[in-house]
Design a protein around this ligand. Structure first.
Ligand code: NDP
Ligand code: HSE
Length: 436
């Protein structure tokens, strides 16, 4: 059978990995897919660099629309990134009746509803395994492997750059800026690294997983997003003393009132496997009613790990290419006419536990006032740690771990504590998840 012809839009970190792995493993891939998969056309702004990667047998152009217009191309792989030109190109490819593979979580988290609707109408597939957790087949697991289950919650380390930064800062004592530069040099970081460090990239991925897990539309605009830029090394140390590690987690939970969708730094018990995921590695825990808790671990970024996911999508599309569109796996796991309208909950309604650090005057009665405010708000304390004041110091740090409470109550209690004259600096609040 004639090989499936692929057009690559963008041959940077992921594009070049995709080309290389497809070439290196072509025989094995063909035996799995049932026919050859060949990149026959590439578009990139830097034509000379693209040619040096793909050689003389592949047509290289600087205008991505020429790839889309080529009637011989069966699948368009968008690896440019961002919401700008990438959105137009993906919609144009769909309109031209091409299947699309993309690693672009930003695009799908923000414009997924429009893109999936266009693809559904046209009867083409939009595959995006590489958009979440790089090489880990988490989309396949959620959409197909766990299809028997009612999923209760998922929580994941889904940004390699920030996990790399947190690990290197803790283990090697390196500065935030130095580690970020390393992450950029290694090809982990987004074109705009603020997406990584401010939690936006993780929120894009959590939004996609949440949609697939619970059968709700992609709603990035409703996600709560907090990154790691305000984390202080002293909190990492105090957390360790209390038996926790701090990780940037993407969390989505089903509750009776709606769906929690949030990304923020989080204390996780050090004994949990996920707390020991280091460097650019990613891991996602999924808790579902029949299977219980499962954990998916692997490289969440980088050229070939991400290419592995892109090519898995190419093989899937090659196999399903001739199937009746109505019998294919739905883009978001649930049939488009069977989506749930459960709301995404505002953060104030989220229930979780907390780590609080208060810089307080080293005076009698301070602890009683603070715990009194928590008690009045019906917030139960799990543990308290007080740093001994140093020689000549008139202040100390009070660390409090709480049990679960609704965020609105915690916000109110924090506002009251902050007003105490004995609380000397803005209170640090980090959420905590036991994940059990
Ligand atoms: P790169 O910046 O390395 O590659 C993007 C490529 O697209 C560059 O070669 C760029 O050319 C080219 N390009 C830009 N605009 C156009 C255009 N209009 N037409 C044709 N080519 C264009 O990005 P990555 O490979 O890292 O990322 C690609 C996608 O994969 C993004 O959506 C990213 O979020 C996602 N992703 C990345 C991962 C990673 O580990 N890097 C992991 C998972 C997903 P030039 O350089 O000349 O501007
Ligand atoms: N910038 C992303 C990360 C790339 O660091 O995880 C993988 O999606």
């Amino acid at each position: 059978m004639k090989p499936i012809q692929v057009g690559l839009l963008g041959i940077g970190t992921v594009g070049s990995g995709t080309f290389e792995v497809l070439k290196r493993n072509q025989e094995e891939i063909q035996r799995r897919a049932g026919r050859g998969i060949e990149v026959t056309m590439v578009a990139d702004l830097d034509v000379a660099r693209a040619k040096s990667i793909v050689g003389a047998n592949v047509q290289v152009v600087d205008d991505a629309r020429k790839v889309i217009a080529n009637p011989d191309i069966d699948i368009v792989v968008e690896l440019i990134g961002g919401y700008g030109i990438a959105k137009q190109l993906v919609l144009e490819a769909i309109d031209a009746g091409k299947h699309v593979v993309t690693a672009n979580k930003a695009l799908l988290a923000v414009h997924g509803t429009e893109i999936f609707a266009a693809a559904h109408k046209k009867g083409v597939m939009v595959a995006f395994e590489a958009a979440v957790a790089g090489g880990i087949p988490i989309i396949k697991a959620l959409r197909e492997g766990l299809t028997a289950n009612r999923i209760q919650w998922l929580a994941g380390i889904i940004n390699g750059t920030t996990n790399f930064i947190l690990s290197e800062m803790r283990d090697k004592g390196l500065t935030f800026d130095d580690v970020l530069k390393q992450a950029q040099a290694l090809g982990y970081a987004e074109a705009d690294p603020t997406f990584d460090i401010e939690g936006v990239d993780a929120a894009h991925k959590a939004t996609l997983m949440s949609a697939i897990a619970f059968g709700v539309p992609v709603q990035f605009d409703k996600a709560y997003v907090e990154g790691i830029t305000k984390l202080e090394s002293q909190d990492i140390k105090y957390a360790e003393q209390l038996g926790y590690r701090i990780k940037l987690l993407g969390i989505s939970k089903r509750t009776a009132a709606g769906i929690e969708l949030r990304v923020h730094p989080c204390l996780v018990p050090a004994k949990r496997l996920i707390a020991n995921v280091e460097g650019a590695m990613n891991a996602v825990m999924v808790h579902a009613d029949a299977v219980g808790t499962t954990l998916y671990y692997g490289k969440g970024a980088g050229s070939e790990p991400t290419a592995s996911a892109v090519i898995a999508d190419l093989v899937d599309i090659t196999r399903l290419h001739t199937a009746d569109p109505l019998n294919r796996v739905p883009h978001l796991a649930f049939q488009p006419d069977a989506m749930s309208n459960l709301p995404i909950l505002p953060m104030a309604q989220v229930v979780t536990s907390y780590y609080l650090r208060l810089r307080v005057a080293d005076q009698a009665g301070v602890l009683a006032k603070v715990t009194g405010i928590l008690a009045n708000a019906d917030i139960s304390i799990d543990a308290v740690l007080q740093r001994e004041a140093g020689e000549g110091e008139s202040h100390t740090d009070l660390i409090i771990l709480t049990h679960d409470c609704v965020e609105a109550k915690m916000n109110q209690a924090l506002a009251e504590m902050q007003k105490l004259t004995t609380v000397l600096a803005p209170i640090t609040r980090i959420r905590k998840e036991e994940l059990n």
